[in-house]
Design a protein around this ligand. Structure first.
Ligand SMILES: [Fe+2]
Length: 227
């Protein structure tokens, strides 16, 4: 017996009508029934983090919740359009394009909040630090590159990726939420460099925010993502 999630995954892969009990259920109908596919996670344990005011963090949590809401809305709105055969409509195309932006806005915030809340620096003899040294020469060289990318002008994310094919690490700039991701690579450490992530506390002093971010990295969480 398939659970709902497995059913939706299989039907999405096949794009065909499945029989559930006595009733034929199309992919579009199944998705329509799948309300609130995603729920906002609670990151209130981060309140009180050094260098991050309560106002900034609460605003950031609210903004994140908006991405979750919009991801669900897009899932819900696209399903009936598919059922009604509106794939050629401009609205369908725009919602399809929008989906990656909202979904990544949701997921990147989750990865970001989940690699915060730590205390102390990286364990220099740990797996991640050793990998950084192997790929970048030293942890310090890796940090210089990550911080340098973070100081770039513009809004987006800095993502330390691991390419699972070569095992290599790359620090990447992701523009907004959707441009610059490395296909098939694993996000190891995420830093939000949208202005909302720091301006309430630091104004234009982005480097001070980056320093505060580094003081609060949960290195165990980041290392746990490494393959
Ligand atoms: Fe953000």
């Amino acid at each position: 017996m398939l659970n709902r999630r497995q059913f939706l995954t299989l039907s999405a892969m096949g794009g065909i009508t499945f029989v559930a009990g006595q009733k034929n259920i199309s992919f579009a109908e199944a998705r329509k029934e799948e309300k609130m596919a995603y729920s906002a996670k609670d990151y209130s344990k981060l309140l009180g983090m050094e260098g991050f005011s309560e106002t900034l963090l609460k605003n950031h949590f609210t903004l994140y919740q908006g991405y979750v809401t919009n991801t669900n809305k897009l899932v819900d709105n696209l399903a009936p359009m598919l059922k009604e055969g509106k794939m050629g409509a401009p609205e369908y195309a725009e919602l399809k394009r929008r989906f990656g932006w909202e979904f990544n806005g949701m997921r990147l915030h989750e990865l970001y909040f989940e690699n915060l809340g730590g205390k102390g620096g990286i364990e220099k003899t740990g797996k991640l630090a050793r990998k950084m040294a192997e790929d970048c020469g030293s942890y310090e060289e890796w940090e210089k590159d990550f911080k340098g990318a973070g100081a770039m002008r513009g809004i987006g994310w800095i993502v330390l990726y691991q390419d699972i094919q070569s095992g290599k690490l790359f620090n990447c700039w992701v523009n907004e939420h959707d441009v610059g991701h490395l296909a098939g690579c694993i996000p190891i450490l995420i830093m939000d460099v949208f202005e909302h992530a720091f301006m309430i506390d630091y104004g234009l002093k982005r480097a001070d925010y980056i320093a505060a971010f580094f003081k609060n990295i949960d290195w165990k969480a980041a290392e746990g993502r490494l393959k």
